[in-house]
Structures are given as C-alpha cells and as structure tokens.
Design a protein around this ligand. Structure first.
Ligand code: SF4
Length: 466
C-alpha cells in the first residue's frame, strides 16, 4: 500500500506551528507589532521542526512493508493519506484532503483536533482517528480498512514503538547551523518524545487530555539518541515532552546513559521549574542540556490555583534562573494573560515579573479555552469567537469579565514590547555577568520602561478606528 503522510504547510498568514505545539492544536502568530514581526521571522528559522508524530507513523507503516510518501501540501499519488490535523489551520488541511480524495485516495485525519472536534473534518475524510494514532495505524498497516471515527487506544508500552523515521519525512532537512543567539541551530533539530502526557492538572492545558502520562525506559531513549548520533554529527535534540524532568532519578539515569555511551549531542526540553534544582541542572548541562522552556503563566499564586496549577515559589524560580544564567543555559518563559481573575493591574504585574525574572526569551499568550479541557467547559458560555482558526493563542476568544478585547490585545502588545525592547534583554542575550555593567543596564532599563509607559498612555487614548 502507498501511504501519503501529510503535515500540510500553512498557506495563510503568520507563523504556524502544529504537531506538539499546544498539545497539537497548534498556534499561529500573526505579527501585530514590530517586535512580533521579528519574533515571527526568527521562529521561521529556529522553530521549523518536523512532526515527530508523523515520523512515528512513517516508522510503523515502513515496518509493515508499506511505501511511505511525504507531503507538505503537494498532492501526491497514494492509496491512503493520513493528515496531521490542527485547529489553527484546519481549512487548509481539509482542502488538501478534498484534493487527495478527488484523486481516489482514502483520507484520514490524526491528532488532537480531529479527536476533539471531529465535526471540522468529517465531510472531508473517510476516517478520523480518535486518540493517539499509533495503535489505529498499526491496524491500518495490518490491513484493516479504517472508516468513520476510529478509536485508537494509547500505547501503554512506549518502548514497543519503532523509532521515528526521519529519512521518510525529512526530505528538506539539512544539519542545522549553530548560532550564538540561540542553542537551537538554524533549520535543524530532531524532536524526541521521552514521555507523553502530563501528570499535572492545569485546567487550560491540552497536553494532558488525549492520553495519560507514560514514560519510556532510559535504555530505549538512549538507543534513539545513539541512532541520531549515527545519523548526524552532534545532533541537536528537542525533547517535546510536556514535563521532561518529572522524575528526577530518571533524568539522572539519562544523563549517565548519555555520558556512558559517549554521545556527543546537545538538547533542550520543556519542564516545570519545581522539577529542577542546581545539582540536576549541572548534571543535565554536562550531558548536553543547553536550553529550557517552562511555564510561569501568572505571577499570582491565587490565580494559578484557580486554574488547577500548582504555584512555584518565586524564590525557587529566581534561584533556578540565576543558576541557568551562570551555566549559560538559554531560558524561555511562558506567560498567559487574561485568566478569569485577571484585571489590568494583575496583567501589568505579570508583565513586570516577566521582565524582572529575566529569562532569555518570553512568550506571552492570551488565555484560550481549548476544546476538551476543563477550562473550555467553564468558559463555553462566554465564547465570543466562532472561527476555530482564531483559537491561535493570540486572539481574544471569550468575553472577559474585567478586560475588553481591545485591552487584552493592547496588554499583549505591551508585554512583548516591554520584555524585548529594553537594554537588559540584550545584556541577558549576551550573557553579561559583570555586576557594575548590570547595574548600569538596570538604570537604562528604568528610563526605557518610563518611555514605554508614556507611549502606552498615548496608544491607549487613541480612538478605536475599527
Ligand atoms: S504542567 Fe504544563 S504540560 Fe502539565 S498540565 Fe500544566 S501546563 Fe500542561
């Protein structure tokens, strides 16, 4: 059987990322200011990462002797096509599916969006896989004709899966070029899933709603890393686990395995700061850890608790950041603006905290209720946006009790400007440690922030033109 795997490249505006981003719903950054234009441009170079889920499906199909073809939106001859679904770009994906069906292929959708919002895809598909797709695709590979909504049980033993086949889906990939401004090489990086799901309970998070938390054995992960090292000299690995350092002992074991096997690689991961301590960071660094991302979300512990998120003491957050700075580990912090309890002051406090915490990078998004999450149920009566593609993380989608859409958009723009347009941001990027230089930079920061405040007052008092 010829099976076409498709991760359809978005043809609409902005920077679109799918696969493991927002649990698979994806995000779309349409630049709305000078700062976000630069960020969107940089993301196209550094965040253009291939789909690990499709690489797994390629491996399963090849294991059963099927011919795998790859598409980023080109119409390709095949008997069956599997399309990676997303929320932010689903119209583009269904248009591709229609074109493939017109050529006689049976088309199915995989991913969280097709699982949670089948109505968006039903009229464009022969089957929709509901759940993590591997077990249903194993059945397809063994000859079952899939039809309608197909339940797919999560694989309990992740070690039983073959390793992702990058050779089958990475035709345009080349080894990335290293850059001083980011641990990620330009255009390079292999995503890897050492575990799936998340054991935490944040009610807004889609990462935990498709299947429960499971982890691979360290030997199995190390085997995959070894294979990547054979494929490419000093590969850069992007662990896409929602909570990479959940089990400290496992992490130490992984560090030992990387060093014992003499693997020369660098890697990044996403985690919670309370799942890190200086000793663990040192061990990870020695094994090649060079960048991490983590959620802070809001500075208010009460707001976090109302969303099921366990707050992390500020002292711990600051200590971990300090240690990362000393080690030269890049850090990217995530913030969410517009929790139900938020008002102008609390969002401003979160932005101030982001600046003060001083991660290398920061990402600000507007609270978005994603289908299937407890937060979605809670906010459903307040939904104001009817176009699912606008659930992109940067667009207000529900009537906020304390903030208008205009205010939320304004605060989002101010967050990016305040974070990135200040002297200490450049100092952090250049890893400046000298205390007197940092004091001088701090004084400059205050002047720049005063200027931002004056500009923001002018911007906010402009009449609304649309
Ligand atoms: S810790 Fe992160 S990945 Fe886990 S549920 Fe919370 S937001 Fe989601």
């Amino acid at each position: 059987m010829r099976v076409v795997l498709a991760d359809v490249r978005s043809s609409s505006g902005g920077w679109v990322s799918k696969d493991t981003v927002v649990g698979g719903y994806g995000s779309r950054l349409e630049p709305f200011s000078r700062v976000t234009r630069v960020i969107s441009f940089l993301k196209q170079h550094y965040h253009n990462v291939p789909s690990v889920h499709m690489a797994y499906l390629a491996a399963i199909l090849a294991q059963w002797g099927h011919e795998v073809r790859w598409s980023r939106g080109e119409v390709v001859e095949g008997d069956v096509a599997l399309v990676l679904s997303s929320l932010v770009d689903y119209r583009n994906e269904t248009a591709w599916a229609d074109a493939m069906r017109a050529r006689g292929a049976r088309v199915g959708f995989v991913g969280i969006t097709a699982s949670k919002l089948p109505e968006l895809f039903r009229d464009h598909a022969d089957f929709l896989i509901n759940g993590e797709p591997e077990s249903a695709v194993q059945r397809l590979a063994q000859g079952e004709v899939l039809s309608g909504v197909v339940a797919s049980e999560p694989i309990a033993d992740l070690d039983s899966l073959p390793f992702p086949r990058w050779d089958l889906i990475r035709d345009e990939r080349r080894p990335g070029r290293a850059s001083r401004w980011s641990s990620r090489p330009i255009g390079g990086g292999f995503p890897l899933l050492a575990s799936r799901g998340c054991p935490e309970f944040c009610t807004y998070c889609p990462h935990r709603i498709l299947a429960g938390y499971r982890a691979r054995s360290i030997a199995n992960i190390a085997d995959e890393l070894e294979q990547l090292c054979e494929r490419q000299r000093q590969p850069y690995v992007i662990f896409r686990d929602p909570l990479f350092t959940e089990q400290r002992d496992r992490m130490l074991e992984l560090c030992d395995a990387i060093q014992a096997r003499g693997l020369s690689l660098t890697f990044e991961a996403e985690t919670r700061l309370d799942r890190l301590d200086p000793e663990l960071l040192d061990r990870l660094y020695a094994a090649g850890f060079r960048a991490m991302s983590f959620g802070v979300e809001s500075v208010s512990p009460a707001t976090l608790k109302r969303s099921g998120r366990r707050p992390i003491p500020e002292t711990h957050q600051r200590a971990i950041m300090e240690h990362c700075r000393k080690r030269g580990i890049f850090t990217a912090a995530f913030y969410v603006l517009g929790f139900l309890q938020d008002d102008w002051q609390s969002v401003a406090a979160t932005i101030d905290y982001a600046v003060d915490l001083g991660s290398t990078f920061a990402q600000f998004k507007i609270l978005t209720p994603y289908p299937g999450t407890p937060m979605f149920k809670q906010l459903q009566p307040l939904l104001s946006e009817t176009d699912w593609q606008k659930f992109d993380g940067f667009t207000p989608t529900f009537r906020h009790p304390n903030l208008s859409d205009r205010e939320l958009r304004f605060l989002l723009g101010a967050a990016y400007t305040r974070f990135y347009m200040r002297p200490s941001y450049v100092a952090n990027l250049l890893k400046v440690q000298n205390a007197s230089v940092r004091r001088w930079v701090g004084r400059l920061d205050r002047k720049v922030l005063d200027r931002h405040a004056r500009q923001e007052t002018v911007d906010m008092s402009r009449p609304v033109t649309c």
